[in-house]
Design a protein around this ligand. Structure first.
Ligand SMILES: Cc1ncc(COP(=O)(O)O)c(C=O)c1O
Length: 450
């Protein structure tokens, strides 16, 4: 049954839309109450359900925790699941020495912001508060994290709440394949802010919805590290989507020529079974606070709660035991090739990107094969709704007014997807793109002429 707006008291995301109701899910299949089956190519739609739905081991771990200790507050107590999960994560990420847990990605990123700020204050540099971040990015829906994204389309109408952080363009193939222009922009931003006022550089290691599958070239990362050395800001990497296996590494930063100071995790850590996220930091960051104010107090009710951390431990055990990081690393390149070849006949597809089980398609105007489509074409919404109508869940992002990227679609299947399921996702997606391309061409003036 699709719940329409006349028959619900829920405040929906888009009041104009009706929503199918899902009451059961197994593996990568969602079952709606009106009898439809949806193939989930996006880990629940928010890239969280990376192990697929209904995994008995995780459900059992949650049930055992609820039957034992359900909840008490990290202000007063610690608990074994929290202790073990922190130890497990620092074992997997030996560069990081401390972990603070929260419930969602935005909370993890806000914690990273507070941590970076507190680090500088405790070292006597209280002028440092500004953040430089990538213009085409996403770090969460709270006011502080929204301010890190340079996307006016997301920030309107909350402009008055947005802190005056600075943004630099992404170094995509379209604008800056070497990363040199982004480094120049970083220098300009540092100059404009005054480097002594900059607390952190913040970005996604590999982008998700904002630029699916994109990561800056090595030259950019190396230049960023040189500037960190020179100017003393921290590097915070948002791995809320990519951390814990999605790119075929436990942490996507393992592929970078630099080591970050603070890293955030979310999504796969709770894998859709519980809200869970984390902020990890290197020893010097923790030591500055431990030897300074000795305080990092503000937090959230569910920080480090036993239930969430027990689920997080079971998730990591499951990924480890089943060799899912290796599976994603091994299968990812061929998956990307399959996607590329499936959509190769579409004039509307400008580029395919991909790392592991994080794949992205960027669309262009089929009339010239390079321009970004006008937003009036409504391409992103059309792809998602046609996909859902044909029983496929993917997630698209419309082009922002910043014009750093065109409309895009993200595919982020569960790490447990079988080869057959992956092939079905790609095949169905290519059909959807083909259908939507025909509609777009019909609607655009001179649409058929390339
Ligand atoms: C890269 C990235 N960071 C942070 C977030 C925010 O996570 P949450 O929605 O759990 O607050 C998201 C959400 O999609 C994300 O994609």
């Amino acid at each position: 049954m699709t719940i329409d707006q006349a028959s619900t008291s829920v405040f929906p995301k888009h009041p104009g839309l009706g929503y199918p109701s899902v009451d059961r899910a197994r593996g990568v299949r969602l079952y709606t109450t009106d009898g439809r089956t949806i193939l989930d190519a996006c880990s629940g739609g928010a890239m969280a359900a990376g192990l697929g739905h209904g995994v008995g081991d995780i459900v059992d771990a949650a049930a055992a925790s609820v039957g034992g200790i359900l909840y008490y507050y990290a202000h007063h107590f610690t608990n074994q699941p929290q202790e073990k999960l922190a130890e497990r994560l620092t074992g997997l990420a030996p560069e990081m020495t401390r972990v603070r847990f929260q419930s969602g990605g935005a909370e993890a990123n806000e914690t990273a912001l507070r941590l970076a700020r507190q680090y500088h204050v405790d070292r006597g540099e209280s002028g440092r508060w500004l953040v430089i971040s990538a213009a085409q990015s996403y770090h969460g829906a709270t006011m502080a994290t929204l301010a890190l994204s340079g996307r006016a389309g997301l920030q309107a109408p909350f402009g008055p709440y947005m802190a005056g952080h600075l943004h630099i363009p992404p170094c995509t193939e379209r604008f800056d394949p070497t990363g040199e222009a982004a480094l120049d922009a970083l220098d300009e931003a540092l100059e404009r802010a005054g480097p002594e006022n900059v607390a952190a550089f913040f970005c996604e290691t590999v982008s998700a919805l904002s630029l699916p599958g994109y990561s800056p070239p090595d030259r950019f990362w190396e230049g960023l590290a040189e500037r960190r050395e020179r100017h003393g800001f921290l590097i915070c990497l948002d791995e809320v989507v990519v951390g814990l296996g999605r790119t075929g590494r436990w942490f996507a930063y393992e592929d970078l020529p630099i080591t970050p100071d603070i890293v955030t995790l979310g999504k796969t850590l709770g894998a859709g079974y519980t809200p869970l996220s984390a902020t990890m930091c290197r020893a010097p960051v923790y030591d500055a606070l431990a030897g300074g104010s000795q305080e990092f107090d503000l937090g959230h009710t569910w920080d480090g709660a036993p239930l969430s951390c027990a689920v997080g431990l079971a998730v990591i055990d499951y990924i480890d035991r089943r060799g899912l990081v290796e599976r994603v690393a091994g299968r990812g390149p061929a998956l990307r090739d399959e996607l590329e070849s499936a959509v190769s006949g579409c004039e509307m597809v400008g580029r395919v990107r991909g790392r592991g089980f994080l794949l992205g398609v960027e669309y262009v105007d089929p009339r010239d094969g390079t321009s970004i489509l006008p937003s009036s074409a409504g391409l992103a919404d059309m792809v998602d709704s046609h996909a859902l109508d044909s029983g496929l869940l993917v997630r698209s992002t419309p082009a922002d007014s910043n014009r750093w990227a065109g409309d895009q679609t993200l595919l982020a299947p569960a790490f447990t997807s079988t080869d057959e399921e992956l092939s079905e996702m790609i095949e169905r997606f290519a059909q959807v793109v083909g259908e939507v391309e025909r509609i777009v061409k019909d609607r655009l003036p001179n649409g058929a002429a390339k």
